[in-house]
Write a protein that binds this ligand. Structure first.
Ligand SMILES: *Cc1c(COP(=O)(O)O)cnc(C)c1O
Length: 401
């Protein structure tokens, strides 16, 4: 129910904020674990988890403590000086991911840009591609962020409309098609960037073996395999990283979202020295990248994922959740797909669009967002319990009956 208080906050946002989003009409002012509350005290299960940035659950006490402690010491030094938090956090990140080096930024889009710059520079100085001729292959229906270079290779017309001119040097191929990658690679190809599961496209899982086959093709052609794990990473899909399912180690992994524990924007790329060595002082940077407040938060965020074994939890509860959704046998559900606790419910076109169903779910205490019109994404925090999943399935069953 919308109350006058809710209306007031929404009207203010509408009046003073640019209209670049179309949120569900709910105003939140409190959260804990998988739950959030609106300004009138109504409780909801958060099944979006800020697009998987809150894998550890809202306000995880250990991450809150790290944030508070660090706020009382030092929050920002810039990279003009060293701080005592960045090194330990990058060490842990490298240990967990198995890479030699990490380069910290803030948002996912910045980390993607960093990966693209890395691939181009590696292409020119290591692979020997002539300056300005570097090509990077990407997949249709991708989502990698919102900068001008990144939207250059978006398949979504709206995200590009009016924002040209765009950045040259990108080639788009269909997702899930190894042969298309083989055809797209030229002597000037320096990188292939791919999401292991396309989250924003509607939780699209590629055919089994696809990532491995693309990886092998990249190795054969001296092309960097870049995995954008911003959404799929950090235990969401039931492994630490979705690429782990095919036992491949990308040349560059792009990380963000849950690295900040739902509290602070922290992103990074990780790679081995053979790739990361292309950077020299002054090449690239960020005022806030590697800041001690974000580093302390990221350190705690990583420790929570590790200590609470949230990869195992997602691996166990994800299939349980999906099985129960399938067992609903709802006439509105075309298909349930996903990995771990990254779940997409595809709504039959005959049943209309997903958005009105999300509004109905909201009325019944579940917050979920439609993506690509026909899909509802369910991605609760990984600290969710079996009982909470049972409750959610009950509600979803009622709404989709
Ligand atoms: C969210 C997302 C990004 C962009 O991250 P921002 O922090 O919003 O810039 C990039 N890649 C993927 C796969 C994402 O899901």
């Amino acid at each position: 129910m919308s109350t006058s208080r809710t209306h007031q906050f929404i009207e203010e946002a509408e009046l003073y904020g640019a209209h670049n989003y179309h949120p569900l009409p709910v105003v939140l002012d409190k959260a804990e674990g998988v739950w959030v509350w609106d300004v009138d005290g109504k409780k909801y299960m958060d099944c979006l988890s800020a697009y998987s940035a809150v894998n550890q659950g809202h306000r995880h006490p250990k991450i809150v403590q790290a944030l508070k402690d660090q706020a009382d010491r030092v929050t920002l030094t810039s990279r003009g000086f060293h701080n005592d938090k960045m090194g330990p956090m990058l060490k842990l990140l490298c240990e967990i991911t198995g890479y030699q080096k990490a380069l910290p930024m803030n948002t996912g889009a910045e980390a993607v840009e960093t990966a693209l710059k890395t691939a181009r520079k590696w292409g020119q100085y290591v692979k020997g591609v002539p300056e300005g001729k570097q090509e990077i292959v990407v997949c249709a229906q991708n989502f990698h962020g919102r900068t001008i270079t990144i939207i250059t290779f978006s398949s979504d017309a709206q995200t590009k409309d009016g924002f040209g001119p765009f950045t040259p040097g990108f080639v788009t191929i269909p997702y899930g098609d190894v042969k298309a990658l083989e055809r797209a690679i030229t002597p000037n190809t320096v990188g292939f960037m791919v999401e292991p599961i396309q989250g924003e496209a509607g939780v699209v899982v590629p055919p089994e073996g696809y990532l491995k086959a693309c990886f092998d093709l990249c190795k054969k052609n001296n092309v960097l395999f870049i995995a954008d794990e911003v959404q799929t990473g950090f235990c969401r899909t039931g492994r630490w990283f979705a690429c782990d399912y095919e036992a491949i180690k990308p040349d560059i992994m792009v990380l963000g979202k849950a690295l900040g524990g739902g509290m602070f924007p922290v992103s990074a790329i990780v790679a081995d020295d053979a790739v990361m060595k292309v950077f020299t002082p002054g090449d690239h940077g960020s005022t806030f990248g590697g800041n001690p407040l974000g580093a302390a938060v990221a350190q705690a965020a990583l420790e929570v994922l590790r200590d609470e074994k949230l990869d195992k939890r997602a691996a166990e509860l994800g299939p349980y959740f999906m099985d129960r959704l399938r067992a609903l046998n709802s006439r509105h559900i075309e298909l349930v797909r996903g990995k771990g606790l990254l779940v997409g419910v595809v709504i039959k076109t005959a049943s209309g669009k997903a958005r009105p169903l999300c509004e109905k779910l909201m009325g019944h205490g579940i917050l979920a967002k439609d993506t690509h019109e026909q899909v509802i994404r369910f991605a609760p925090a990984l600290v969710i319990t079996k009982e909470e999943i049972d409750w959610a399935v009950g509600v979803i069953g009622k709404v989709l009956a």
